[in-house]
Ligand binder design. Structure first.
Ligand SMILES: Nc1ncnc2c1ncn2[C@@H]1O[C@H](COP(=O)(O)OP(=O)(O)OP(=O)(O)O)[C@@H](O)[C@H]1O
Ligand SMILES: [Mg+2]
Length: 424
């Protein structure tokens, strides 16, 4: 090996002729020389020690120079520079040796000339430069990998921030709206109960008046009764109040749905009916569905309770449903289904649309953060990335089947973790 003490490179000369060995001692005196008398002993020494370069005679007994070269190049240090020494005037062999990995060659005719030392020096220098270049390339590659990793982490952190900000402000907005509606809803509901009771009393009173007066009812009042179709009006009051109560109950359900939904950012694991997030989310998107005249089929299979983060599952379903709604045109159909796996170990959410499908060129990128084909302001490209992460965190997986012009189906499969520590 290159000796920093003497500054000499360690060179192994594989040469069977003692006379030639003496010549090398003279012409290569500036190097730390070692000798091997045969190809076999040379290879043994290369395997056991470190050399900076090998000078290899082509004509050796038994194992010839080209075979030794092949073994060096196929061995543990294939980069070890080899200068071949070929018979005089045999340029073809020399060129062949260069092709097989020799660094340079000299002929036996050059042996007494400075050409041998300059070939060794040149080969050592090229090897040194080669090593330095390779080290620089490795370093560059390592730095590039580091930068790419840092960039990816940065993008993911940014995506998390944007998404949690988006969801937090959506949650606040929804919670605020729910709260605002809840106030008038509760006093209207209370008033309706009082109204129901009081109208009942008034109806009873009127019946008493009518019974008492009978035929003595003044004509002007009888005419007023006929004008307002009093019998029908009185008989209709109960139905009117019942349908108003039903309407208020519906508003109450919507408010409860909004409240449920606004708990999106709660990082909370709970035992839930996995159909609940579907019901909540379908309420949230119903406006968009109706507005765009989309047929929405909701098909829920009975599912066992499972340990999940309901807020996060709302988010998964909202992302998939909004993508489907945004993909299809008016009058299209979307289906959201739940299914239990036959062995009961997992359940599936399926969101199916009959939209245009996802082109092949886009399909590989849809789960990347910030990838969107939608105009600025419509999509941030985070929906499916977040969805993918949530599904992973739940130990599940997401699949997509799509065909151009036929539609897209997203299937989320989640294991039923009934006894997770967080839920016990
Ligand atoms: N059902 C679908 N049909 C057709 N293309 C879809 C469907 N779902 C997703 N895509 C494609 O995948 C892309 C990425 O979807 P993703 O939900 O991650 O982002 P986005 O919807 O564009 O924006 P964001 O969800 O953040 O508002 C979409 O821009 C769209 O090109
Ligand atoms: Mg989306």
């Amino acid at each position: 090996m290159f000796d920093p003490g003497t500054g000499q490179s360690r060179v192994l000369v594989i040469e069977d002729s003692k006379v030639d060995q003496l010549v090398y001692r003279r012409t290569l005196h500036e190097f730390d020389l070692e000798f091997a008398d045969s190809g076999e002993s040379g290879l043994e020494r290369i395997a056991a020690e470190r050399f900076d370069l090998v000078v290899l005679d082509f004509h050796l007994p038994r194992l010839n120079g080209d075979e030794v070269l092949a073994r060096i190049k196929g061995g543990s240090d294939p980069e070890l520079p080899v200068v071949m020494v070929t018979g005089g005037g045999n340029e073809n062999v020399a060129v062949e040796m260069l092709k097989r990995g020799a660094s340079d060659y000299v002929t036996k005719d050059d042996l007494h000339t400075p050409r041998v030392a300059s070939a060794v020096r040149g080969a050592l220098e090229r090897h040194r430069l080669d090593l330095a270049r390779r080290r620089a390339e490795d370093e560059l590659r390592r730095r590039k990998d580091e930068l790419e990793t840092a960039l990816r982490k940065l993008q993911e952190a940014q995506a998390h921030l944007v998404q949690s900000e988006k969801m937090a402000s959506l949650g606040q907005l929804v919670a605020g709206v729910a709260h605002e509606i809840n106030n008038p809803l509760s006093y209207v509901t209370n008033n309706l109960a009082v109204l129901d009771r009081d109208v009942g009393l008034v109806v009873k009173m009127m019946a008493a008046y009518r019974d008492h007066l009978g035929p003595a009812l003044p004509e002007s009042i009888a005419e007023a009764e006929r004008d307002c179709d009093l019998d029908y009006t009185l008989s209709n009051l109960d139905r009117l109040i019942a349908s108003t109560r039903q309407g208020l109950r519906r508003v109450g359900e919507i408010v409860a749905g909004l409240r449920d939904f606004s708990r999106l950012d709660e990082a909370e694991q709970k035992m839930i009916d996995p159909n609940d997030p579907v019901r909540t989310t379908v309420e949230m998107v119903r406006f968009h569905v109706r507005h765009r005249e989309i047929k929405l089929e909701v098909d829920l299979a009975p599912l066992p309770q499972a340990c999940c983060n309901p807020g996060q599952l709302n988010q998964v379903l909202l992302n998939l449903l909004m993508n489907a709604i945004q993909a299809v045109g008016p009058g299209a159909s979307i289906a959201v289904r739940t299914r239990l796996e036959p062995d009961g170990s997992a359940f599936r959410y399926e969101v199916v649309d009959d939209g245009p499908g996802i082109p092949e060129s886009v399909l590989g990128k849809i789960f990347d953060p910030f990838f969107t084909t939608k105009p600025q302001g419509v999509g941030t490209g985070l929906g499916l990335w977040i969805t993918y992460n949530i599904v992973q965190e739940h130990g599940g997986w997401i699949e997509v089947q799509t065909a151009q012009g036929t539609g897209t189906t997203f299937v989320v499969t989640l294991p039923i973790r009934a006894y997770a520590a967080e839920c016990s």
